[in-house]
Design a protein around this ligand. Sequence first.
Ligand code: AMP
Ligand code: MG
Length: 342
Amino acid sequence: MRYWLGIESTAHTFGASIISEDGSIISDERDIYVPPEGGLQPREVARHHTDVAPSVIGKAFSKAGIKSKDVVALGVSYGPGLGPCLRVGVAVARALSSYYGWRLYPVNHTVGHVEISRLLSGFVDPLAVYVSGGNTNIVAWKDGRYRIFGETLDIAVGNLLDSFAREVGLKHPGGPKIEKLAREGAKMGLIDLPYSVKGQDVSFSGLLTAAIKTHRSGEKLERVAYSLQETAFAMIAEAAERALVHTRKSSIISAGGVAANSRLNEMLKYVAEDHGIPFFATPIRMAGDNGAMIAAVAMEMDLGGIRSEDPQSLMPTPKLRINDTEVNWRINNFRVIMGDYK
Ligand code: AMP
Ligand code: MG
């Protein structure tokens, strides 16, 4: 059996995971930095990643029960992300590749999110709604790349939720806390907040300002959280539906950290059902940043005959976009299996 290692360090998470050639995730380790207060300070996060990298990678190997000689290649997220954080993962990967002679694949983090969701879903060519702390992209594969068919014109939906949460005194990450509050707020009724779909795209900054103002004017937090979620997710669902009709894809997946939200998945499922196609919600464990998605792409690139990178020349690329990367190596009719990592 051959094995691929994936390393992730673009933002809050340092992750390492090993995937075997039958698609099984045989280890998936991560250590997530939680800021003592406020948002993420890139340098603080990078220091955390440097501290935990050896133990996270060590655990990925011991849990997998394999030796270094069993690994054929490794992948590392080289962007997009926070520069200081990316540098940690890239430096570690360069060193491991040089020392062990493993082939090295630079993986676009955003492609990793979409691919792990696709490979878990079993769908061959879905429309992907990729929603995370730093990205809101509706993408579909066309002519050798994931192309953007809708996106946020300002802040990402995860950032919207996290920023609102921070303003009202909740700790990072805000998304899961808002989801819980929203469940309680549902019975209080919807407050009208700015709904902004522009063509294929969405815009969240006006919604953020209005939600903060509404809460400051005395409205209950649960009700504002509910209204904020409903408004933001309905916008995403509308943009996704437009993209679906345009691209004529025959399935939908959600991907990225915000895909852990069951209300968002419910709305996307309605869209899919309306069009008579299946929907797959990424399991929470694989929705957030993780090493398995990077290992999976490295495996696809390696098996797809892509030439590996010279460890000396791999550089972090903080401003990478999903459509900057060629994706001409997708394996179809292949599934990644979470096994014990459900
Ligand atoms: P990522 O950038 O992919 O690691 O995802 C992190 C983002 O996902 C953060 O903005 C979180 O607030 C958000 N997130 C995590 N869980 C949930 C949830 N249950 N509902 C909404 N957002 C979430
Ligand atoms: Mg991410």
